[in-house]
Design a protein around this ligand. Structure first.
Ligand SMILES: *[C@@H]1O[C@H](CO)[C@@H](O)[C@H](O)[C@H]1NC(C)=O
Ligand SMILES: *[C@@H]1O[C@H](CO)[C@@H](O)[C@H](O)[C@H]1NC(C)=O
Ligand SMILES: *[C@@H]1O[C@H](CO)[C@@H](O)[C@H](O)[C@H]1NC(C)=O
Length: 298
């Protein structure tokens, strides 16, 4: 933990006492579950049409470098228990929508990955007010994870072609419950990430769907479900399954290890095309991704 970020967190803690206090009260009362109603959307035809075009363009234009490989990060607080994946919720009193997000390994330690469309109001097209967004890693069966619900302080989405770059980085306002200024990833562990994944990759997809075809799982938007097989021939498309509403933003993980509950994320679940019965993951290009990381990191 370097001094500069400790200082930064200390300053944050001093400046925003009211919101920290509310986070703490949620944290200490994990039975006081956030009420869940519905989940994401994205089943409009226009978007799918655009997507098909975009996929083609992207396939023909793979000129970006694909070099960075960042390893998973094991929880320091409890090395036997990583829980980097959780529910990200927007709840403003009138509407509630949820998606899936996960903590990824960064120097900052408080950065997560989700779908960009999960952070925007479908009707207005405007970004959601961050004060109504929260993330609960390890959320299960309607109950927040061990850290409760954590506020969001910054988001970054790609400037280019948002329809076909449907991923976002999010920074959390994490306040170490033990007062040691540990980062979120030191508690939850964090997924590694990479850009070099091709077709037919053996993949595990996780999410909190309230419908769709993930099997062996209660699909009520409150349970973390898992799908494991390999992606179809086309990079990051998976045939014959709808991962379901609420699973959006969920990580596509390669080299997933059940013992550590970690692996490398290389795309996030973006949307499902009804007509062809295909679920799509959006993969980032490395330049865009590093741009997001710079923008979201103080
Ligand atoms: C904890 O949650 C329960 C159930 O929602 C609620 O009745 C109780 O008042 C809460 N306690 C605190 C200290 O917030
Ligand atoms: C979910 O929690 C309820 C109690 O709130 C319990 O009865 C049920 O068995 C749990 N389901 C699963 C799948 O864990
Ligand atoms: C998609 O494929 C799965 C697996 O074959 C099947 O169970 C499901 O009914 C299909 N859904 C649609 C909408 O065709």
């Amino acid at each position: 933990m370097n001094k500069k970020s400790s200082l930064y967190l200390a300053l944050i803690a001093m400046i925003v006492i009211p919101s920290i206090a509310s986070v703490i009260s949620q944290r200490n009362n994990i039975s006081n579950t956030l009420v869940f109603r519905t989940s994401q959307r994205i089943k409009g035809t226009s978007r799918f049409n655009k997507r098909n075009k975009g996929n083609k363009a992207r396939g023909e234009n793979k000129l970006y470098s694909q070099n960075a490989i960042i390893s998973p990060f094991n929880s320091v607080v409890d090395p036997n228990h990583n829980y980097p994946i959780g529910l990200i919720l927007y709840a403003d009193g009138n509407q509630e929508v949820s998606c899936t997000a996960s903590v990824i390994n960064t120097a900052n330690g408080n950065i997560g990955l989700t779908a960009a469309h999960c952070l925007f109001d479908d009707n207005s097209g405007e970004p959601y007010d961050q004060k109504f967004l929260s993330f609960s890693p390890g959320y299960d069966n309607g109950t927040n994870g061990p850290l409760g619900a954590i506020s969001v302080v910054a988001i970054a989405v790609p400037y280019v072609d948002p329809e076909n770059n449907d991923y976002a980085l999010v920074r959390f306002e994490f306040d170490d419950p033990n007062g040691e200024y540990a980062t979120l990833q030191e508690y939850t562990g964090a997924l590694g990430w990479r850009f070099d994944i091709g077709d037919y990759e053996q993949t595990s997809v996780f999410g909190y769907p309230e419908d769709g075809g993930m099997e062996g799982c209660v699909r009520d938007g409150r349970h973390l479900c898992k799908w494991q097989y390999r992606i179809s021939g086309i990079t990051h498309a998976i045939n014959n399954i709808d991962f379901g509403e609420g699973a959006c933003g969920g990580p596509f993980i390669t080299q997933y290890e059940a013992e550590t509950n970690l692996g490398y994320v290389y795309a996030i679940y973006s949307d499902y095309i009804v007509a062809s019965n295909v679920s799509f993951g959006d993969i980032w290009d490395e330049d865009n991704f590093f741009d997001l990381l710079l923008r979201v990191t103080p």
